[in-house]
Design a protein around this ligand. Sequence first.
Ligand SMILES: CC(C)(COP(=O)(O)OP(=O)(O)OC[C@H]1O[C@@H](n2cnc3c(N)ncnc32)[C@H](O)[C@@H]1OP(=O)(O)O)[C@@H](O)C(=O)NCCC(=O)NCCS
Length: 204
Amino acid sequence: MKIVIANESHFKYAQIISDTITESAKVRGTGIAQRTPEYILKRLQNGNAVIALDDGKFAGFCYIEVWGNKNFVANSGLIVHPDYRKQGLAKKIKKAIFELSRDKFPNAKIFGITTGLAVMKMNYELGYKPVTFSELTNDPDFWKGCQTCKNFDILTRTEQKMCLCTGMLFDPDTKKYKSRKLNGKAFQRLKEMKQNLFLKKKSK
Ligand SMILES: CC(C)(COP(=O)(O)OP(=O)(O)OC[C@H]1O[C@@H](n2cnc3c(N)ncnc32)[C@H](O)[C@@H]1OP(=O)(O)O)[C@@H](O)C(=O)NCCC(=O)NCCS
């Protein structure tokens, strides 16, 4: 397995990356924004993405997006192909994209929003903290990316204050965390509370 910084030679993987994200969103049913092949192509060409390949076969992907005058960057679109899940690949991809973000944008705060416990765990271990959405970028283009998520109406209803996703932030100015492990139960409870709160209202 190779995890490399993506470039134009990886354009041929744009379709499978997009399809894998779409399929995973259907299966999981919540909290994954759709990304078209055209959108992925742009992310493959600017040196701000990593791709995992197993002897030329697509295995995983993640990219960096830059927001608010480079004050914030997000590590977005993490996807591992179903054939390669539960083998620690997402963890390696997250580490690679985190290190690329720190190298290229050393002063930026790194953030993400997610409903996925796996991603929360990985972020936490990298030194991210859970934060309210008000601590994340207010760049409208970032939030426009949520429009293709099936929960977008919740974000609109709450005037962008909260949604089913949890915001997580790595602040380069705070002291580096020693390696730490997340107690996933608290996040799981938070997610269930938000689902009860927002999804019940929705079905009324
Ligand atoms: C989420 C995803 C990226 C995980 O990929 P993976 O390669 O299977 O993850 P890893 O094997 O590296 O596991 C990393 C950690 O997450 C945990 N984990 C993995 N899948 C999990 C799940 N579905 N629920 C809870 N924890 C999970 C692992 O146990 C591991 O934790 P540990 O270090 O405490 O053992 C993959 O399932 C995926 O692509 N899902 C669809 C897309 C998605 O949800 N993307 C995230 C959008 S925010």
